[in-house]
Structure formats: C-alpha cells, structure tokens
Write a protein that binds this ligand. Structure first.
Ligand code: FAD
Length: 424
C-alpha cells in the first residue's frame, strides 16, 4: 500500500471484459497502483449466461471471483462497491462507503436490458444480464413443465407448454434452440401426464430477419435450423403487450406462462454521472484514444461507450471490443507514465458467431462464412478459450461433452422460489 502514495493511481469501475483486461495489463506495472471497483465480487462471462438459464451450466462455471483473477498482482486493490457518484473536477469516484481519488479513471460498467419504455413487462418477461436473472428464467422454464404435469385444464397446460422468446438476435436464437433441445430431448421421457415434445417454442422478431448482424445467407440458414429443430419463428412481428397470461402481437394473443426478453439493451446509468454528452441510447461519446473529450485521463470503455470504427460506425456491444479497449487503454496509461505518447485505438474485428443448438451454429469472419458442425465446434473452442480460469474451462468442457453424449442438462435446479412473480 505504501506504493500507492508515490505512484499514479488508476481507478477502474467495472470488472467486466473491459475492466478486468485493463487491470490485468496494469498488473505489476511499475509506478502504477490500481483500484478496481465492482458491485459484484465476480467477473461474469455473459456469452454463456443463456446456458445457465437453460440449465446446461451452473452459475459458478461461468463466473470467477475478481480477487482470485487478480490475486497475483501486488499493485491492485479490489473493492466490492457500487459507484454512485463521479466528480470529474475533483477527480473522485464514490461508493456508498468511501470516496476514491484518481489520476486516471477507467469507466466500464457495461449495459443492462431495455424494454423500450415498457418497464412493466420485466415482471412477465425477464431479460438476461445477470446470474440472478438467468436462474430466474431457469426457474420459470422448469416450473412450467412441472405445473403442466399437474394441470387438468388443457388450455392451461397449453399455456404452460408455450414458451415465447422476444428478440431474434444471438441471445434470442440461442435460447430458442436450447428450449427446443430441452423439450424434445432432455425432458422427453421424464413426465407421465404431459408429452414435452408437444411444447411450442415461438421466437418473435420485429425486423425482417433474425440475426440481422450476420449476412442474409447465414441468417436464412439459422432460420432453417431453428425450424428443423421445432421452433416457430415469427419475423416482421412486433410485440405490443406482455401480461401475466401471455403476449399480444397486433390483434393476436399467444397464451404463454413463460416469456423471455432478449430484445434490447441500454448502457449503464453510470455514464450519466459524468455529466458529458451521451448518444441517443445513452452511451458516452469518446475520442479516438477512448478518453472523454477535454479529459485525457478519463476513459470510457466497452458497452457503455460510443466509439466509432474506421467507417464511422459505432462499434457493437461485443466482448472482443471491450477486451481490446481495456488492454489498449492500460497500455496507453503505461506509455504516459513512461513519458511516451498515447496511441489511438483501432478495433480488430474477430468476426461474429452464434449457436443455434446441438451441432448447429453460424459464424462469419472477413467474408468467410461457416455453418453447421464446423461453426459449432469453432463456437465451442472460442468460448472455452475466452472463459476465465482453468477450473471453469475444464468443468464447462466436461459438461458439454456429457450433454452432447447424453442429451442431459446438469443444472436442472428450481431455485429462487421466493422471487416476486406470477407463479409464486
Ligand atoms: C446474454 C448475453 C450474451 C452475450 N453474448 C455475446 C457473445 O456471444 N459474443 C460477444 O462478443 N458478446 C456477447 N455479449 C456481449 C458482451 O458480454 C458485452 O459486450 C461485454 O460484456 C461488455 O463488456 P463491458 O466490460 O463493457 O461490460 P460488462 O462485461 O457488462 O461488465 C460491466 C461490469 O460493471 C459492473 N458495474 C456496473 N455498474 C456498476 C456500478 N455502478 N458500480 C460498480 N460496478 C458496476 C458490473 O457488475 C460488471 O461486472 C453478450 C451479452 C449478454 C448479456
């Protein structure tokens, strides 16, 4: 800690992909002391959150304690705390407990889901950004089958066995594919009064195709794959209400006890604490060096920043963007501390991929398109590679191998019983 008094103090807010990678790069750097603050005590690998929601993985397999990730760096302090105030003029960051002075600030608080002003839908259609939300979705999905098994009224059975996923981006497609697998394979022979194969899984997308970030050809392939595994996909369809009983699309009502929201995200509210200009969705505008205009020592990274690529288009909210920005910013801070000039950031596009279900995925990199098993294996490899911690890599790989061979799902636990919701 004595180190701290004489060295440059970097405060990082958020230990997500951007923050944790910035911290690792600054770890043991000479003349630099780091304090990393997060409201959670763990780093979450969000790309596999849907597997927790779909009972394939347990929360601990996709999350690692921040302290253990950064334990080998003597110059890093880890603080559990929610940042509630930032003063650019005083160079301070505040949690409910304490105020921290900074020489450099890295703000990387990510995003949360957006209901486009219809926040009341959240109770009926949870989104998936946190472990709590993922386990709640898991509870609702597994409970729906249990209640259907006990129900005599066939209309109610139908609504328990109808699952609606709103939003045809990668998360919506991944959930839809998993629900099809659960209903048609995993639970297939486990119930006496219902046949899980009769489950209806509906994916609703407002645009004219699913997975719109991919080429048309790949998005058509994904649509075909989803139909082949039993999903019903409705494109050009806008949800206009969600209730306790189901979903309204125009004049049509779909009775469903389980609706999952995968339709929109909005950046963290912490961007507002800076008092600088935000884009229309609430992301903080930043300069090509990733710093705030007129504040060379304040960086805003990842999902909560508005950073343009070389074609002047805002970079997407993806893990590689956040990871690269975190590493780049840390390198720049080290450069400045060593009397060197700061370098502008350029995003290296590593492509995009989405999995549709067992043995099915799509991926696109620099015009190279892959589908089917090859894309699926590439998806598995990339996700294992980026997952933090050897223990997690090992257990996730074992779970996937076991699930592939047996069609089973290792985390079929109904927890969160006291969650405020329609079934409790
Ligand atoms: C379900 C899902 C699936 C995804 N799939 C993919 C995928 O397949 N591929 C891909 O590239 N990207 C995917 N993404 C997007 C990717 O996860 C994000 O782009 C990435 O996490 C952004 O990193 P970040 O560092 O900006 O924020 P995050 O990783 O979200 O981290 C933000 C951190 O800030 C902390 N925090 C927030 N507010 C405060 C506060 N006030 N005080 C203190 N701490 C705070 C949070 O606890 C969190 O740890 C997915 C996202 C989700 C939700």
């Amino acid at each position: 800690m004595n180190n701290h008094i004489t060295s440059i103090h970097v405060v990082i807010v958020g230990a997500g992909f951007a923050g944790i990678n910035a911290a690792k790069k600054l770890g043991n750097a000479k003349g630099i002391h780091v304090t990393i603050l997060d409201k959670k005590n763990y780093h979450l690998f969000q790309p596999l959150l849907y597997q927790v929601a779909m009972a394939g993985l347990s929360p601990a397999e996709i999350a690692s304690p921040i302290r253990s990730i950064l334990s080998k760096y003597k110059n890093i302090d880890i603080v559990l705390g929610k940042v509630t105030n930032i003063s650019l003029s005083n160079q301070t960051v505040e949690t409910d407990f304490k105020k921290y002075n900074y020489d450099y600030l890295i703000l990387a608080c990510g995003a949360t889901h957006s209901y486009f002003g219809k926040n009341e839908w959240e109770n009926f259609a949870p989104g998936m950004k946190t472990i709590e939300q993922a386990t709640e979705i898991r509870r609702r999905v597994l409970t729906a089958f249990e209640l259907a098994e006990q129900e005599i009224d066939q209309n109610k059975v139908k609504s328990y066995l109808t699952f609606v996923v709103v939003g045809g981006g990668p998360t919506g497609v991944e959930i839809t594919g998993s629900l099809c697998e659960i209903a048609h394979f995993t639970l297939n022979k486990e119930f006496k009064n219902i046949d899980p194969k009769n489950t209806k899984i509906i994916l609703i997308e407002a645009g004219n195709r699913i997975l719109s970030a991919f080429s048309e050809k790949l998005s058509e392939q994904a649509l075909k794959d989803l139909k082949n595994i039993g999903a019903l996909v409705k494109i050009n369809t806008r949800v206009n209400n969600i209730t306790n009983e189901g979903v309204w699309i125009g004049e049509e009502f779909i009775p469903s006890k389980t609706v999952i929201w995968a339709a929109g995200v909005k950046p963290s509210e912490t961007g507002k604490l800076l008092g600088t200009e935000l884009d229309p969705v609430g992301r903080v505008y930043i300069e090509p060096n990733l710093n705030l205009k007129n504040h060379a020592n304040v960086f805003v990274l990842g999902d909560q920043s508005h950073c343009k690529d070389k074609n002047n288009i805002p970079l997407p909210g993806l893990a590689p963007v956040a990871i690269q920005q975190g590493i780049h910013t840390a390198k720049n801070i080290i450069r400045v501390v060593n009397g060197k000039n700061i370098l502008p950031y350029h995003y290296f596009d590593k492509g995009i991929m989405a999995t549709i279900g067992r043995g099915r995925a799509i991926s696109e990199y620099s015009g190279i398109k892959m589908t089917g098993k090859i894309a699926w294996l590439a998806w598995l490899f990339v996700h294992i590679l980026y997952l933090i911690g050897f223990r997690n890599k090992f257990f996730v790989l074992c779970q996937w191998m076991w699930s592939y061979v047996t069609f089973g799902r290792g985390a079929r636990l109904i927890t969160n019983q006291d969650w405020k919701n329609k079934d409790s």
